[in-house]
Design a protein around this ligand. Sequence first.
Ligand SMILES: Nc1ncnc2c1ncn2[C@@H]1O[C@H](COP(=O)(O)OP(=O)(O)OP(=O)(O)O)[C@@H](O)[C@H]1O
Ligand SMILES: [Mg+2]
Length: 337
Amino acid sequence: MEENERLMSSTEVVGDEEESIRPGSLDEYIGQDSLKENLRIYIQAALQRNESLDHVLLYGPPGLGKTTLSYILSHEMHTNIKIITGPSISKPGDLASVLSTLDAGDILFIDEIHRLPKVVEEVLYPAMEDFEMDVMVGGENGQGGRSVRLPLPPFTLVGATTRAGDLSSPLRDRFGIISKLEYYNEAQLSAIIARSSRVLGVSIDEDAIIEIAKRSRGTPRIANRLLRRIRDFAQVLNNGVISKAIVDDALVRLHVDSLGLDEVDIRYLRGIIERFHGGPVGLEALANSISEETTTLEDVYEPYLIQIGFVNRTSRGRVVTEKAYKHLGIHHPETLF
Ligand SMILES: Nc1ncnc2c1ncn2[C@@H]1O[C@H](COP(=O)(O)OP(=O)(O)OP(=O)(O)O)[C@@H](O)[C@H]1O
Ligand SMILES: [Mg+2]
């Protein structure tokens, strides 16, 4: 359970060989085509004008490639990238000291930007808009000092968030480029798995690639993680070759079902069906009944279940669809007669 949760979770696990598989340029970045083509234009235009790229906000469920894309932006713009996360910056001074280390054209990547405290966020407004920041000088313990405005070099803020709705509008309005990352289709995931296999040096059959793609919840991070686990089974049981049979066998052992749903997805669906007659049920009540955090359900699990048409979010709460009943092999009440 513990291991399986980690396996299917689309959240990042440190030291997971993830770095070596990360694509390094826009050409290697698979999918997200319209976003990618627009970025190509913006990058070329900024380079031609010798300017920094406009601020970019990337949003979407975890594991779809926001961090990867921000590294790529710095690569394509030939600049450095500094990386911080929203919750790690608690005071305005912390952000000011990060800002003061930036060089012209640098990218400042703020992950989970929706979790920046409001007082810190306010430092960003003049920084983003006019490349200036206010710092307090003199005084003691925050008393009696005065604020001076210091210039900053032109830089690009790249913000990433799983919940764009939680951003305040003054912050959101200061991004020139706002893009949503979409779940990947089977062909795109197949291309990602084929590429990762090449990087890792494993041999894998075409039908095995497709099977892993089908079970990756539209998410590159999950595809890569499944690939690495299945590689272990292939190494021990099949001379290192990943065949379709090895994939099927490994995924049974790992409790990943035919659509890539894991135990939390199943508990979510069964929870609504068995305890709330299929819904509608409020998120809070459901989360309590299956002992999960509301934000985890909302950010990680629901987007995919909604995407594949298993759950509808109505004004009265969550409802499980007939399609989900069918997948679970449970009779839908309305189709009983
Ligand atoms: N478009 C892509 N093409 C190829 N590989 C990708 C792509 N997007 C993501 N990946 C792979 O998936 C992994 C996860 O991507 P990344 O860390 O960028 O996700 P993220 O959106 O930042 O997630 P989080 O919200 O959890 O921070 C990366 O290590 C990378 O190898
Ligand atoms: Mg990330």
